[in-house]
Design a protein around this ligand. Structure first.
Ligand SMILES: [Zn+2]
Length: 520
């Protein structure tokens, strides 16, 4: 007795034994049949809700394998300074700040996100002095699009106790005026310090932001996400528990934690008894970079952390973008695995944007997964073509080569760094075209089924969830999405024009598009 039957669908199951089907039946949140249209009569009962999909594509719900929920919610509550929001000069940034200061009591923090110096006519970051002129009495914090840099005005610097006499914190850089030594307001890799010293957004506002983020994710077909914030800790976990309990957050969420939480995860202290498949801990996230010119954390500390987490049986995810950090991460993983071999570790490299063939071979040999962000490829390709040396361009986002080498690749949006829009990511992985239509590394294009796998079955595998999620198969969880057309009939370059019209989570309709009232 199915609760739902979707028929006349082009079901792309992501199950290699049965890649396509026409009809899917669901009962109690579980897929009970994947079959042909002619079974409709025998399966339906008077109580079954039957949905004629009119030839549209039905897919497993998308899994965003790398994003940042809290930052996404904050971005929906703070000034949008992305070029997509019409910000193309520092004057634009100043005028947005100026109008916000008019509505806020003196001394209240003004927050903005998403600016990128490449998108600004001045081709530079704003400075504290740019911001002081429009906001002398409100502390201002602007977050760079990547989240790895911030700009503060003078009042904000004063509030958090940074002055010309402050030294650079470990792993971070306080940008300074070359003549006077005064901080310019630009801070690299100082997110942790800022999080400690700047008051958090009010709890009730935050809940509203989470609700907005939740709706946004569901509208893009994202039924599960993995939060890769290295600053996650027990307090963050408890907040997510609250958001889950009070129904603000609908998608399922797996969380990585900072290294400090290692012992707590191993002790199984993070548990969500109400529904462990809706909220669960994943492992440890480490950020490895060379912002200051040398590796941070340094090699001995990196090896210590990776080995300790590995020996505790945890999954380790390392943020590593370019060759230096990627090499170092592989060495640390190799070292940990040599000391205590474990076959199904599923350790992860996050990003791996610049990855030459020798490194791909190493990653494959170590059995490490790569979590890529194809959306950036589309959004940033014009910048890469301008700024990345020609001999290195072939090594950008080598998704095709990684997959051919047998590396398990999954994808995420890194939202709010990129928009949480898997269809754009799928478009990017298939076509590798920039916003302006330029081609970047066409040899690394992948097929549509492989691109879908990045956001479905491969992403489920990345979190050990493939036995019950990530494909449309008998017995699996009914997290499904219906698109507004037939994906296979769409011209390849138009994939990103397609939209999700219905999102189903555990067999419940949790989102429908306004344009398809028949599904409401
Ligand atoms: Zn990230």
């Amino acid at each position: 007795m199915p609760d739902f039957i979707f028929h006349n669908a082009q079901v792309l199951t992501m199950d290699p034994r049965r890649p396509v089907a026409e009809l899917v039946a669901i009962r109690d949140g579980i897929i009970t049949a994947v079959t042909e249209n002619h079974r409709l009569k025998s399966l339906r009962t008077p109580k079954t809700q039957v949905i004629d999909c009119q030839g549209c594509t039905l897919l497993p719900g998308f899994i965003d394998a790398h994003c940042h929920l809290r930052a996404l919610a904050e971005s929906l509550l703070t000034l949008d300074l992305r070029s997509a929001a019409g910000i193309v000069t520092i004057a634009d940034i100043r005028s947005r700040i100026a109008s916000q200061t008019k509505t806020l009591p003196l001394g209240t923090w003004v927050r903005g996100h998403g600016y990128h110096e490449f998108d600004l006519a001045e081709r530079r970051h704003p400075t504290r002095w740019d911001l002081d002129a429009v906001s002398p009495h409100h502390p201002v914090k602007l977050s760079h699009k990547t989240g790895h840099a911030h700009v503060l005005n003078s009042l904000a610097l004063q509030r958090i106790g940074l002055s010309r006499y402050s030294g650079d914190p470990e792993g971070g850089i306080i940008d300074r005026d070359l003549d006077t030594g005064e901080p310019t307001g630009l801070l690299y890799e100082m997110g942790s310090l800022l999080a400690e010293r700047i008051p958090r957004i009010d709890r009730r506002d935050m809940e509203q932001g989470i609700e907005m983020a939740s709706r946004l994710l569901l509208s893009q077909g994202i039924t599960s996400l993995y939060d890769a914030s290295a600053r996650n800790d027990q307090r963050q976990w408890e907040q997510v528990v609250t958001w889950k309990d009070n129904g603000r957050l609908t998608p399922k969420i797996g969380m990585f934690f900072g290294a400090a939480a290692m012992a707590l995860i191993a002790d199984r202290r993070f548990r969500y008894p109400r529904n462990p498949r809706h909220l669960f801990p994943l492992g440890i996230k480490l950020i490895l970079d060379e912002t200051t010119g040398k590796l941070h954390p340094e090699t001995p500390e990196l090896h210590r952390l990776v080995s300790k987490a590995h020996d505790l049986g945890l999954q380790v995810a390392i943020h590593a973008v370019e060759e230096g950090p990627l090499e170092a991460a592989c060495t640390a993983f190799g070292n940990a695995l040599a000391n205590s071999p474990r076959s199904d570790h599923r350790h992860r490299l996050e990003h791996a944007f610049l990855c030459p063939p020798e490194l791909i071979a190493r990653i494959a040999a170590l059995g490490i997964q790569v979590i890529t962000q194809p959306g950036f490829l589309h959004e940033n390709a014009d910048r890469y073509l301008e700024t990345v040396a020609e001999e290195k361009r072939d090594y950008l986002y080598p998704i095709g080569s990684l997959m051919k080498s047998g590396v398990w690749v999954a994808a995420g949006s890194d939202s709010p760094v990129g928009p949480p829009t898997p269809l754009t990511g799928i478009h990017a992985a298939v076509n590798r075209l920039s916003l302006k239509g330029a081609s970047l590394g066409p040899q690394e294009r992948i097929s549509l089924p492989n691109a879908l796998a990045l956001y479905t079955c491969n992403a489920a595998r990345a979190a050990f969830e493939e036995s019950f999620k990530g494909s449309i198969e008998f017995g699996k969880t009914a997290d499904l999405i219906l698109l507004n057309g037939n994906l296979l009939r769409f011209d390849g370059t138009a994939i990103k024009e397609m939209a999700v019209v219905l999102t189903l989570l555990d067999g419940n309709i949790v989102w429908t598009s306004e344009s398809h009232p028949s599904y409401r």
